[in-house]
Design a binder for this molecule. Structure first.
Ligand code: HEC
Length: 272
């Protein structure tokens, strides 16, 4: 008897732990990546959708399936997952709102066209939109979801921690400082917090990230590409339900396709 009750209370404890970790994972990707202070490569964002086929060039039919129209918006219109709780008219409106988020979410790099060998210079990444509360930005070597590598693999070095300027214009250090200083904070990926776009009001957050890069020691043309990770559904009240504990729960759910990954074109910097 004793053993039985011991077992059943262990089972109860297990259930509690599983429930707690489920709650944690709800805030893991919707909510950005609060915990990975490292170089992030776009292949990780399997659930996210693309805006064009080019970012999966060479992947055949799969490239078409990854585009938001098919991977995400079609599931909204087909009333899959939580979308079925909306009326048809509301599903149409949700699609219109999500398209507005995509149309107003952008990433752009500012950099000198030419630098000297070994020179340290600034690259400013400007991002707009993203539903929030978080967006992610990475520097990579090519605009490809499966084949991109970190920008450092082609010879750029990151010097010091990136400076993150949030939508309110203030520098943010909380996310990057989670990485212990002794590990080096000179990474190619950041989360920006405090993002809040509103597809109904048509207001879009703007942030910027400044990386100090050191040029390679050999003359040449080197690629530099920005990758942008953002969500769409939390930008419209039709896209989520407010949960008393977990906050905004998106209709597409955690495994849905409402995230995006998009790229800048392949920029090249001339190292002389
Ligand atoms: C299990 C599916 C899944 C995977 C895998 C995934 N994401 Fe996401 N991610 C989502 C969803 C869904 C959203 C969109 C939330 C929304 O629409 O508002 C999202 C949004 C985001 C956001 C914006 C945060 C927000 O709340 O909108 C960032 C940043 C992000 N993901 C980064 C990443 C990175 C980096 C990886 C790889 C390490 C990754 N994601 C892998 C599902 C995923």
């Amino acid at each position: 008897m004793n053993r039985v009750s011991h077992h059943s209370s262990t089972a109860g404890l297990l259930v509690a732990i599983v429930a707690a970790s489920a709650a944690v994972s709800v805030s893991a990707y919707p909510g950005g990546t609060p915990d990975f202070q490292t170089d992030v490569i776009p292949y990780c964002a399997t659930c996210h959708s693309s805006l064009d086929e080019a970012s999966l060039q060479g992947a055949g039919e799969r490239a078409k399936k990854e585009v938001a129209d098919r991977k995400h918006l079609a599931t909204v219109l087909a009333a899959e997952k939580g979308y079925g709780e909306l009326s048809e008219a509301d599903r149409q409106t949700l699609v219109t709102h999500i398209k507005a988020v995509d149309a107003n979410s952008s990433i752009k790099l500012e950099f000198p066209p030419q630098v000297a060998k070994g020179e340290t210079f600034q690259v400013t990444v400007r991002v707009t939109g993203g539903a929030g509360p978080v967006v992610g930005v990475a520097l990579v070597d090519r605009p490809h979801r499966w084949y991109a590598r970190s920008a450092t693999t082609v010879g750029w070095k990151v010097i010091g921690a990136p400076t993150i300027i949030g939508p309110d214009g203030s520098p943010q250090t909380e996310w990057i400082n989670k990485r212990p200083e002794r590990e080096g904070r000179n990474i190619t990926y950041v989360n920006v917090t405090g993002v809040e776009s509103d597809a109904v009001a048509g207001t879009w957050s703007k942030s910027k990230i400044i990386f100090n890069l050191k040029a390679p020691d050999e003359v040449g043309e080197y690629p530099l590409v920005g990758a942008y990770f953002y969500g769409t559904e939390k930008a419209t009240p039709l896209g989520y339900e407010e949960h008393p504990i977990y906050g905004k729960l998106i209709r597409g759910t955690y495994t849905g396709k409402s995230g995006r990954v998009r790229f800048t074109p392949t920029n090249t910097i001339n190292v002389r």
